[in-house]
Ligand binder design. Structure first.
Ligand code: UGA
Length: 436
């Protein structure tokens, strides 16, 4: 008999998981407390931008296997319940806010059928899964709980769900593992490594992975600072060390650093949890990882002041990019937006362009100026900042736009533009970690 699944929380992770599980042949009901979001999903529309997911959503809704609702009682037929709600940073500290996870489990508890399995996918501080399992044993002893961390990247969400580079399950017994093996059978059949762990290890795998990625980025950004001081070039340095397979060349792109809804808050929540556990010394280095990351934003502003003036009030700055990375409309903790806000606060006229992120950015910062058209954004600008590496920006012809701007100065905050091309068109070209 085919399993029936519920997905609790229809954000980025939840919608992707629901649509992908439906595409594997399962009947899936997605539940969320937000009626607007659910109405959009029912109509086959995504509340966010994710390449490929819109088509998959439409396709799966048509099969009749996938549905969305605000009625939590409709999870009652499901054998497995994937909890995919957010765990944002608390407003008054570094820790993760567990309100949504706790409330999701408590809300579905009365509808859990005999032998069903609740599977947490949200990123949580170590110890959360065990605490939730203990709670469930009291309020819904007929059900069990496991953890199955998610490693999907925005922009590659479907691919990362259907062909992940590993599956990690945190279980307290063989039965929970068997159920999860049944769900992921088609993915396992592709040769995907399967890792069984205990509950705390499965939670730690996720935050350890994100902390490692953050460390790699901050490492190369620290090297960028040293290159600037010593007259070196971080892009050459990254390429050279990346050929060593023990180091690898991925996630060594120096620039304005990491942002988004995951890396920054996961690093901070990990520190907060380690402190609670009395293991803070082990993670002290993450404080520096966070500091290097935030410093990269400041370094761009320092270059702007150096090439324009300490007083920015007379200048127009065009910003290319608002999202935290390309192929996403996510502006959460976006370095590009943070820099824009700071320049605006310093008195500069800032106009931001982004292929997908203007509306989400405008919602957060309605006082900033936005433009849907690159040419309009850069018109009469004294300086251009390239802050999110959308493909469109690499296709700009520097010679072609020269007559539009007031000052032919560009700062590449992502080290992705062709410096020779820009310079040969008469532009002053600056980048992080490159002195020449
Ligand atoms: C990250 C992880 O990569 C996923 O594996 C994880 O599942 C996800 O968080 C999560 O916890 O849900 P994501 O937030 O989509 O995924 O973004 P990344 O692709 O990791 O990029 C994060 C940030 O690092 C971006 O702002 C990007 O511009 C920056 N970055 C990345 C660099 O500055 N340099 C690099 O070399 C790579």
């Amino acid at each position: 008999m085919t399993l029936t699944l519920s997905v609790v929380g229809c954000g980025y992770l939840g919608v992707t998981h629901a649509a992908c599980m439906s595409s594997l042949g399962f009947t899936v009901v997605g539940v969320d407390i937000d009626p607007e979001k659910v109405a959009l999903l029912q109509a086959g529309k995504l509340p966010f931008y994710e390449p490929g997911l819109d088509t998959l959503l439409e396709q799966e809704l048509k099969t009749g296997r996938l549905s969305f609702t605000t009625d939590f009682s409709l999870v009652k037929d499901a054998d497995i319940h994937f909890v995919c709600v957010g765990t944002p940073q608390v407003t008054d500290g570094l820790a993760a806010d567990l309100t949504y996870v706790k409330s999701a489990v408590a809300t579905i508890a009365p509808y859990l059928k005999d032998g069903s399995l609740v599977v947490g996918k949200s990123t949580v501080p170590v110890g959360t899964a065990q605490a939730l399992r203990d709670e469930l044993a009291k309020i819904a002893p007929q059900a069990d709980l496991a953890w199955n961390p998610e490693f999907l990247r925005e922009g590659f969400a479907v691919e990362d769900t259907l062909t992940p580079n590993r599956l990690v399950v945190g279980v307290a017994n063989d039965r929970a593992e068997e159920i999860l093996k049944e769900v992921y059978e088609p993915v396992i059949a592709l040769g995907t490594p399967w890792i069984r762990a205990d509950l705390p290890t499965s939670e730690l795998v996720k935050v350890a992975a994100n902390s490692f990625l953050a460390t790699k980025i901050s490492f190369i950004n620290a090297m960028a600072e040293v290159c600037e001081a010593a007259g070196g070039d971080v892009t050459v340095l990254a390429k050279a060390i990346g050929y060593d397979p023990r180091i690898g060349n991925r996630f060594l792109q120096a620039g304005i650093g990491f942002g988004g809804g995951c890396l920054p808050k996961d690093v901070r929540a990990f520190m907060a949890r380690a402190e609670e556990l009395g293991a803070m010394q082990a993670l002290e280095f993450l404080r520096e990882i966070d500091a290097i990351n935030l410093r990269a934003r400041q370094r761009v502003i320092d270059i702007v002041r150096k090439v324009l003036s300490e007083d920015l009030t007379q200048y127009k700055i065009a910003v290319l990019g608002a999202t935290f990375k390309p192929d996403s409309d996510d502006v959460r903790d976006s370095p590009a937006l943070d820099i824009s806000v700071q320049l605006h606060a310093a008195g500069a006229e800032v106009v931001i362009h982004d292929p997908q992120g203007i509306e989400p950015a405008r919602k957060r910062f309605p006082n900033l100026k936005y433009s849907e058209v690159i040419e309009d954004a850069i018109k009469d600008a004294d300086l251009i900042l390239h802050l999110t590496e959308w493909k469109e920006y690499r296709q700009i012809d520097p010679a072609g736009i020269s007559s539009l701007v007031k000052g032919k100065i560009i700062i590449d905050g992502r080290n992705m533009l062709d410096r020779t091309l820009w310079r040969s068109a008469g532009w002053k070209f600056h980048a992080l970690g490159r002195t020449d």
